[in-house]
Design a protein around this ligand. Structure first.
Ligand code: ZN
Length: 471
């Protein structure tokens, strides 16, 4: 690696880097400051988008944005101020430096300007530039990671550093060199002990890349079941929860274990701790077997139409009821819900407004099936049907007469009839308030005004009709 300890050497160096990374464009020594400046900017953008440099990308991106915003007159003085930083990032881009793997060091230990990377001379060490002066002199300091952390972060206690270094070695090198005496394997056996571990607010995942969070890693209030679903593990003496803690007693991983078979079903861990946790399990004589839950018992706690149930991992994810407990098997009920119950609470779409609702079933209507309670209250009325029974129907299917609702098609049966008044407008009247003449109901006023056209001119008929009106 060539020493680049002056601005002039930096200019030459960056022109090489630029030619290397942008083959189609060769910067020459006659290039203007502006062109050179843009070349530096392009390299930083390239570096900030390089996935292998994810650990540095935030800082590189900040630098690139600063470069972008520099005014034309200030470009050269900006470069003269920041050239050594750009040089360091460019070395990561060209592969002269081996970068840290993303996540190997937690972000809070990513010091701007230090540019911690794997030492080029001793790959067991890290190297960094502790000060601006050292950086400009192009001097990198080598150190063991633990020593660097202790020097840079005065608050860190030795066992904190030990954990960070172990995790670093695992992620950076896939190295099994962690000191296992820093960790303790423990077992939670009772329902209370098991619930306590599952209730911790920690991001346990089953995926090596650290994505996802265990759906059971919440306290009881998160679930729809009245008790924490993982309490049911406390029923069977052969079923325990194994977990590891560091010297601060932080839980770093857990796994359900069949003690009789000395097997665990699946590991959940903090990002970075999978290998370490599994190695500790193996060292304690426990083997991975996704079928190992077969036949184990769970507490049977009925709730609603079902029972309290955790999400089961592995090849045996069902259970059947046997007296006061459940037996894990491939028969019976699927324990595949994340809400803490054996049955999914059904959602339904309201037949009135069409909205999805999480109510158990909504409200059953006479003609439209289930509707949500909002619609039931605002769009439906209890009305008398053809059998004079009150039924819940849409308000458009009912009429209101004398302060009661009657289904449109049940007027007759309920003693009502639709008749025209003296102006020819339709009105609903109780039959007893109408004139009943020759098999037809008439509005009294309509009947009176239209007497002759209804009855005819026969004297006797008219007289009889007038008696009906009471005239
Ligand atoms: Zn609705």
């Amino acid at each position: 690696m060539k020493k680049v300890d002056t601005y002039e050497k930096f200019v030459d160096y960056m022109k090489d880097v630029y030619s290397q990374k942008f083959n189609d464009y060769k910067l020459t020594h006659s290039e203007s400051v502006i062109d050179f400046f843009n070349a530096c900017y392009n390299c930083m953008i390239l570096a900030s988008n390089d996935e292998s440099l994810a650990y540095y990308s935030y800082h590189i991106y900040q630098l690139a944005m600063d470069l972008r915003d520099v005014e034309a007159d200030n470009k050269e003085s900006f470069l003269k101020e920041y050239w050594s930083l750009i040089r360091e990032y460019a070395r990561l881009l060209t592969g002269e430096y081996e970068p840290l793997v993303k996540g190997a060091l937690p972000d809070e230990y990513n010091v701007f300007g230090h540019i911690v990377h794997i030492s080029t001379r001793n790959p067991k060490l890290i190297a960094y530039t502790p000060t601006l002066e050292k950086r400009e002199e192009d001097i990198q300091v080598q150190a063991k990671l633990g020593k660097y952390l202790g020097k840079t972060f005065a608050d860190l206690k030795p066992h904190n550093i030990g954990s960070i270094v172990d995790r670093f070695n695992l992620l950076q090198f896939g190295d099994d060199g962690a000191d296992l005496s820093n960790y303790k394997l423990k077992f939670a056996k009772t329902a209370d002990e098991i619930e306590e571990i599952y209730s911790l607010d920690i991001n346990l995942t089953a995926y090596e890349n650290g994505e996802g969070r265990s759906c059971m890693q919440y306290d009881a209030s998160y679930f729809e079941s009245p008790v924490h679903p993982c309490r049911v593990y406390g029923y069977d003496d052969s079923l325990v929860l194994a977990y590891i803690v560091n010297q601060d007693n932080d839980v770093l991983g857990r796994a359900i274990v069949n003690l009789k078979r000395k097997e665990f079903v699946r590991t959940y861990f903090l990002y970075g701790y999978k290998d370490l946790f599994e190695r500790i399990l193996y060292n304690n004589g426990l083997q991975y077997n996704p079928s190992c839950l077969d036949g184990l018992h769970l507490d049977y706690i009925e709730y609603g139409n079902g029972f309290v149930a955790p999400y089961l991992d592995g090849h045996y994810t069902h259970a059947y009821v046997d007296g006061d407990h459940l037996v894990i098997n491939n028969d019976g009920f699927a324990l595949d819900q994340t809400n803490g119950l054996s049955f999914e609470v059904s959602t339904f779409s309201c037949n009135c407004c069409g909205d999805e609702s999480d109510e158990d079933s909504g409200v059953l209507t006479e003609n439209d099936g289930y509707v949500c309670s909002y619609c039931a209250e605002n769009e439906y009325v209890w009305a008398y049907d053809q059998w004079k029974q009150e039924v819940l129907i849409n308000v458009d299917e009912a009429v209101i007469v004398d302060n009661i609702y009657i289904a449109n098609d049940a007027l007759d049966e309920n003693g009502y009839v639709e008749v025209r008044d003296e102006n020819g407008m339709y009105e609903i009247l109780a039959k007893e308030d109408c004139i009943y003449y020759e098999g037809e109901y008439y509005h009294p006023e309509y009947f009176e005004y239209n007497l002759e056209s209804i009855v005819g001119e026969d004297e006797d008929d008219l007289k009889e009709a007038k008696e009906l009106i009471g005239a």
